[in-house]
Write a protein that binds this ligand. Sequence first.
Ligand code: ADP
Ligand code: MG
Length: 549
Amino acid sequence: MSTGKIGVSTGNLFPIIKKFLYSDHEIFLREIVSNAVDASQKMKVLASNGEFKGELGELKVRVKADKAAGTLTVSDNGIGMTQEEVEKYINQIAFSGAEEFMNKYKDNAAAIIGHFGLGFYSSFMVSDRVEIVTKSYKEGAKAVKWSCEGNPEYTLEETEKAERGTDIIMHISEEEKDFLEDAKVNELLTKYCKFLPIEIIFGKKKEWKDGEYKDTTEDNVINDTNPAWTRKPADLTEEDYGKFYHELYPMAQDPLFHIHLNVDYPFNLTGILYFPKIDNKFEIQKNKIQLYSNQVYVTDSVEGIVPEYLTLLHGVIDSPDIPLNVSRSYLQSDRNVKKISSHITKKVADSLSDIFTNKREDYEKKWDDLKIFIQYGMLTDEKFAERAKTIFLFKNTEGKYFTYEEYENLIKANQTDKDNKVVFLYATDVKEQYTYIETVKGKGYDVLLMDGQLDTHFINHLEQKNSDHRFVRVDSDVIDKLISKEETKEVSLSHEEQEELRAVFTSQLPKEEGMFMVNFEAMGENADPVIVTRSEFMRRMKEMAAMNP
Ligand code: ADP
Ligand code: MG
């Protein structure tokens, strides 16, 4: 047996770990389980590159809570550690073994979770004592047991262990006893480990029998090791996407659309974002997107990582490039995070354009639900507004959908005011404004339906962007104005008639060429006055010619 002092200036580090490193004590379980998963993944790498030739077996992580003994144990059959490795990886904290492994096996070790080398020590936030019983996969390796009570002193001794792998035995402290409760452990595993790539087992599956829940003989597997976002879009059906959505949000309605994110340059990012269907306007919930790092749950508070308006979406984002255990203000200023954010915006806009172009009918069907997301995006994000311009739809009071451009083309000949602004007529309530809508339609105009929560803001936004567009709500006042405007509109003479009439007038006017112009002002039904104007320019030219003969 050896005793020793944990490396570097760890005397100061423990209290920091205990109090400040993670504000949330519960994440210790995520750290310990993800280490076990890492150890299993490393084993796979070694088997696939031929460095390990033995029996791989079924790689699993088992979690056990023993209330009587006061211990929570996480066991794996991953690579294990030799005595030297324990000394190196555990005793020299702040030295991350994962980092070293990553550098050595760069190409096929992408799925290693740890980056920071402090994960293991988070177990001391909830434990009086932590033991590691481990046996390396290496031939002839002896099992060792490390034990430490949360101070810089530790013991390390040889021990008996039949199987390759590691047990982390946490002696849960009195004030953290909650972490020995089945329900609590189950809750944490479900929260943090639901999509880890190696099976996590906690107890047995239960079944309802003789009026109570009883253990079956079947292992209770916590996680889906192959979640949809880690698979290729080509291998997934619509059904798969729907199923995964309900895995994340069991109570939710089917979503409108999904967007599968898959980037590997200049950063790694995968995920699936869903546009949720919102029944009730007041039901809109922010921050339902879950953030993962290599399938380990990090947070569901993604502000600062995705653009604000996208916090309304649901789904999963997974990136090993998002620093995990750092403050939010740091996250928001992180360059990687900024890039990720703008990439997501681009990708969301592109996918919507795709759906719009290729499945317009479907897109229109879902538009009423989709509209609020797009509007919110356009109102709050310049870049998104620019990209979404062509996929925003107007709906008229007859239930037809148009893009901005289509709609403008539809009305501009007929609905232009005296300042040459295109007038967009809209109603906010079809029932209440029924008579006005009908009257205006009777005049040959079209009326939009703008009854959404954000429509007023959105109209302002559009008017600011397009100074030659005007939005006018139909009401009695408008009808009066429009009618008088209409009467100044169309010249009732045909082109030939105008030409004939112009010739008659011109023949009666002084002969200087271009001096007078004959025009027809549109006044409505049957009276088109003729207006004769003297060209100001020509008049001035004449005057100047007279002054300088
Ligand atoms: P990180 O995971 O970021 O490297 P940790 O503090 O979580 O940092 O773990 C430190 C190191 O301890 C790991 O890199 C690994 O080498 C070793 N280790 C921890 N848990 C296990 C385990 N269950 N099996 C094998 N090695 C482990
Ligand atoms: Mg770790």
